[in-house]
Design a protein around this ligand. Structure first.
Ligand code: SAH
Ligand code: SF4
Ligand code: F3S
Length: 459
C-alpha cells in the first residue's frame, strides 16, 4: 500500500513541475455525505501538493472535480446539470473535468457519461481515489480520456495528503463500505464491503489533529459502530482511546446502526464525557413490517427498547435520526407507526427523505411503489409533527447552561457570534471574535425555532 502512495508522490511531483511558475486553480463540488466530503479533502490535499490553489471562481479554475453521490435520484439531476454548466468553461480555460465518487461505480452512469458527455476528461470511482495524481498527469500529458474504476473493494491507503475544510472540527474516516444491504440503499454496491482502519493509524491521525489545535473530531463510517480494528478491538475500545487524547474536547460519530449499538458501546459513551450526548440512531421506519422489508434487522419494539436502555444509562442523551417515507408497500398504518415512534422518542433532529428508487436494489423491484402524491403528503405530516416538537424541545433549553463550540460570526448579524450546543442546536450570542474556535459556557435566554439565543456567563 505504502508503495502505491509513494508512487503517486512521483506523479504529484511531475504535475507540480508542469505547473511551475504558473498559478493554477481548482474547484471541487462535493455532493453527498461526510464520507464524500472527507474524500474531497484528500483530493484537495493532493491538488495543493501539485501546486494548485482552491477557488470558488469557476472562471479562474482549470481543474474541476465533481465528487458525486447516488443515494437518491436528485443527486443525479444535480450532476448532469452541473456538467452542462461546465462545458463552456472547460473549453474557455483549457480545463480538465474529473468526475468521481459513488455514482461512478454504477455501470449505467458510466455509459451515460461516455455517450452523452464526451468532454469529461477523467472518471474515477470510490476505490481508486489514491491514483488521482497519476490520472491527472496522464490526462494533461496524453490529452486523452482516463477511466479509473475498480469493481472490487478498495484497499485502505494511509498517508494521503489532506487539506481540511475547517481548522476547528475534523472528520476522520475510520471504516469504509457497508455489509448491511438495506433493501432501498445503493451504498453497499458503490462503496464495497466493510474495511476498518487500524487503531494505531486512526489514533495517530487524531493525535496530530489535537496538536494542530483541533478541538472536535467526527468519526465516520457508513456503519461506524461495526468498526473492527482487531479481533479484540471494536468501536467501544476506539471511543475510549480517543477520549484519552489531550486537546480533543468533543467526539462525534456518524452513522451508527441500531443493531450494532451493543452494551459495550453504550458503556463507553457513558464513561467518555467527551462523546457528544446527541446520538444519531437511524430509524428509517417505525413499522416492524416495513423494517423487515427494508432488511433493517430490528423491530419497532426493539428500537424503542434500545432508546430506553440508552436513556437509562445516559440520562442526558438526545437522539437524531433518519426517516424514509413512502417505502414500497408502506400502508397508512405503517406510516402511523413511524409517527408513533417520533412522538415517543422526541428526536432533536430528523433527516427526512422521500423514498427514491435505486437501480439494482431489492426495493426497486417491489411491485407496490407508493404514488408521489401520497409520499409527499406523508412527508409533510411528518415534517409538521417534528416542527411542533422542535418548539417544545427548545423551551426546555431556556435557563440552562450549555457547552458551545464557537464557530464564527453570525451570517445575519455581524455583531453576533454563532456556535452549536452539544446537541447541535445553533446558538447566537454577543461576544468578542477571539472566542471563535473555543468551547465556552453560555446561558440560554430564548428560543426562535431554528436557533436559540444565549448569553455569555461572566465569572
Ligand atoms: N449508513 C448510514 C447512511 C446511509 S445514507 C445509515 O445507515 O444510516 C443516509 C440516509 O439516506 C439513510 O439513512 C436513509 O435514510 C437515506 N436513504 C438511503 N437510501 C435511500 C433511498 N433509496 N431513498 C430515500 N432515502 C434513502
Ligand atoms: Fe445503506 Fe443500510 Fe448500509 Fe446505511 S446501513 S449505508 S442505509 S445499506
Ligand atoms: Fe452518497 Fe456515497 Fe455518501 S452514495 S451518501 S456519497 S457514501
Amino acid at each position: 500500500m505504502e508503495n502505491i502512495v509513494k508512487n503517486q508522490k512521483k506523479f504529484i511531483d511531475k504535475v507540480k513541475k508542469l505547473n511551475e511558475n504558473i498559478k493554477k486553480y481548482y474547484n471541487i463540488l462535493t455532493m453527498g455525505c461526510q464520507l464524500n466530503e472527507n474524500d474531497s479533502e484528500k483530493l484537495a490535499g493532493m491538488l495543493e501538493e501539485m501546486g494548485y490553489e482552491s477557488t470558488e471562481d469557476l472562471n479562474l479554475a482549470s481543474v474541476y472535480i465533481l465528487n458525486t453521490c447516488c443515494v437518491r435520484e436528485n443527486a443525479e439531476e444535480k450532476l448532469f446539470g452541473k456538467l452542462g454548466e461546465l462545458k463552456k468553461l472547460k473549453y474557455q480555460n483549457n480545463g480538465i473535468i474529473a468526475v468521481c465518487g459513488c455514482m461512478m461505480q454504477e455501470k449505467h452512469i458510466q455509459d451515460k457519461l461516455k455517450n452523452s458527455y464526451p468532454y469529461v476528461d477523467i472518471i474515477f470511482g470510490t476505490h481508486t481515489l489514491q491514483n488521482f495524481p497519476e490520472d491527472l498527469y496522464n490526462s494533461i500529458i496524453g490529452k486523452k480520456k482516463v477511466k479509473d474504476i475498480l469493481d472490487i473493494d478498495g484497499e485502505i491507503y494511509e498517508g494521503l495528503p489532506i487539506k481540511r475544510n475547517s481548522n476547528k472540527t475534523a472528520s476522520v474516516t475510520i471504516m469504509y463500505g457497508c455489509n448491511n444491504f438495506c433493501s432501498y440503499c445503493i451504498v453497499p454496491y458503490v462503496r464495497g464491503r466493510e474495511r476498518s482502519r487500524k487503531p494505531e493509524d486512526i489514533l495517530k491521525e487524531i493525535n496530530n489533529l489535537a496538536k494542530e489545535g483541533y478541538k472536535e473530531v467526527t468519526l465516520l463510517g457508513q456503519n461506524v459502530n461495526s468498526y473492527k480494528g482487531r479481533e479484540d478491538y471494536g468501536f467501544a475500545e476506539l471511543l475510549r482511546d480517543v477520549q484519552k487524547i489531550e486537546g480533543i474536547e468533543i467526539i462525534k460519530f456518524v452513522s451508527p446502526h441500531p443493531k450494532d449499538f451493543t452494551d459495550d458501546v453504550i458503556a463507553a459513551i457513558k464513561d467518555c464525557n467527551k462523546v457528544s450526548r446527541l446520538l444519531h440512531l437511524p430509524l428509517q421506519s417505525g413499522s416492524t413490517e416495513v423494517l423487515k422489508k427494508m432488511n433493517r434487522k430490528y423491530t419497532k419494539e426493539q428500537y424503542l427498547k434500545l432508546v430506553d436502555k440508552i436513556k437509562a444509562q445516559i440520562p442526558d442523551v438526545l437522539f437524531s435520526t433518519d426517516i424514509i417515507v413512502g417505502f414500497p408497500e408502506e400502508t397508512e398504518q405503517d406510516f402511523e407507526d413511524t409517527l408513533d415512534v417520533v412522538r415517543k422518542v422526541n428526536f432533536e433532529q430528523i433527516f427526512m427523505f422521500i423514498y427514491s428508487r435505486r437501480v439494482g436494489t431489492v426495493a426497486d423491484k417491489m411491485k407496490n411503489q407508493i404514488p408521489e402524491d401520497i409520499k409527499h403528503e406523508r412527508f409533510d405530516r411528518l415534517k409538521n409533527l417534528f416542527e411542533e416538537q422542535v418548539v417544545l424541545n427548545n423551551e426546555k433549553y431556556i435557563g440552562t447552561t450549555q457547552k458551545i463550540l464557537v464557530e464564527g460570526v453570525s451570517k445575519n448579524n455581524s455583531k453576533m457570534l454563532t456556535g452549536r450546543t452539544d446537541s447541535n442546536k445553533v446558538v447566537v450570542f454577543e461576544g468578542s471574535q477571539n472566542l471563535i474556535g473555543n468551547v465556552i459556557n453560555l446561558k440560554i435566554i430564548s428560543e426562535h425555532k431554528w436557533y436559540l439565543k444565549g448569553e455569555k456567563k461572566f465569572p
